[in-house]
Design a binder for this molecule. Structure first.
Ligand code: IPE
Ligand code: IPE
Ligand code: MG
Length: 256
């Protein structure tokens, strides 16, 4: 867990490729508004960007990509928009499974899925099953996900262990909590991207982003493409990740 300072090197350009990229895909509504179109037009266009970015990450050898599709707080939106987002999610799951298989992508949905309509839950399950054996990119769709929800559900599981006597309170470490979070098997996100110009975390991944590099793009999500992803990765590549150490220490390690 924690600091993962072993991003892979893309030998051709000497660009450091983040192992795990996490993205808040924001700006669909404004993209539609700029075109005098209803918000759902923006969400549909956003789904195309998802395909582009997933394939670009798979090609680059990124190990994991976590996309924020629906937050715990997005239930507060008009009922019609929420329903439409679920419909789009279901259509994408049905339509894109073949494509995910072809690209060797393994799909996983993180978040409180029991709140979703039964049919959507079934489709999520089917898509996960169909791609479970794929060994390439791990694509995590965060749906009805919230960083606070994740820490809360992990805490409940730890409390159950204490209650049953399997764990003593003074044995609880960061690793104990980490192990109960939604993606304990993956490295922490190295690079966090938010499109749409806002500079906030909106209850996305909290615990595991303790040392992620933050990158904010003014581009609205439907405009975000492979070239925009390249720019973000290039900037990431130039950052010095210190994980609490001094710059001199980091350079000494690099020169070893
Ligand atoms: C992000 O785009 C998609 C979801 C939250 C589902 P928005 O719908 O938030 O777009 P803006 O921020 O209103 O432009
Ligand atoms: C965050 O975007 C959630 C997703 C992209 C799914 P929002 O548009 O909901 O965030 P706020 O409300 O502007 O903070
Ligand atoms: Mg938004």
């Amino acid at each position: 867990m924690g600091a993962n300072d072993a991003e892979s090197e893309d030998q051709s350009q000497m660009t450091r490729i983040p192992r795990h990229v996490a993205i808040i895909m924001d700006g669909n509504g404004r993209w539609a508004k700029n075109r005098n179109s209803p918000r759902h037009v923006g969400h549909r266009a956003g789904a195309d960007s998802v395909r582009t970015v997933v394939e670009a990450c798979a090609k680059k050898g990124v190990e994991a990509l976590t996309l924020f599709a629906f937050s715990s707080e997005n239930w507060k939106r008009p009922k019609k928009e929420v329903g439409l987002l679920f419909d789009l999610f279901m259509i994408a799951l049905q339509r894109d499974v073949k494509r995910l298989k072809k690209n060797n992508v393994c799909l996983r949905v993180i978040g409180e899925r029991t709140a979703f309509p039964e049919k959507l839950q079934e489709h999520i399950h089917m898509a996960e099953e169909a791609t479970a054996e794929n060994s390439g990119l791990m694509l995590q769709i965060a749906a009805n996900y919230g960083g606070r929800w994740d820490i809360t559900q992990a805490t409940k599981r730890v409390a159950e262990k204490v209650k049953s006597g399997d764990l003593q309170p003074d044995e609880i470490t960061e690793a104990t909590i980490n192990a109960e979070l939604s993606f304990a098997d993956l490295p922490d996100p190295d690079l966090f991207i938010r499109t749409g110009g806002e500079q906030r975390i909106s209850n996305f991944v909290l615990w595991q982003m303790a040392y992620s590099e933050f990158y904010f793009s003014e581009q609205l999500w439907p405009d975000f493409d492979a070239a925009a992803l390249d720019l973000a990765i290039q900037e990431f590549s130039q950052r010095e990740r210190r994980f609490g150490k001094t710059s001199e220490q980091i350079r000494a390690i690099k020169n070893q």
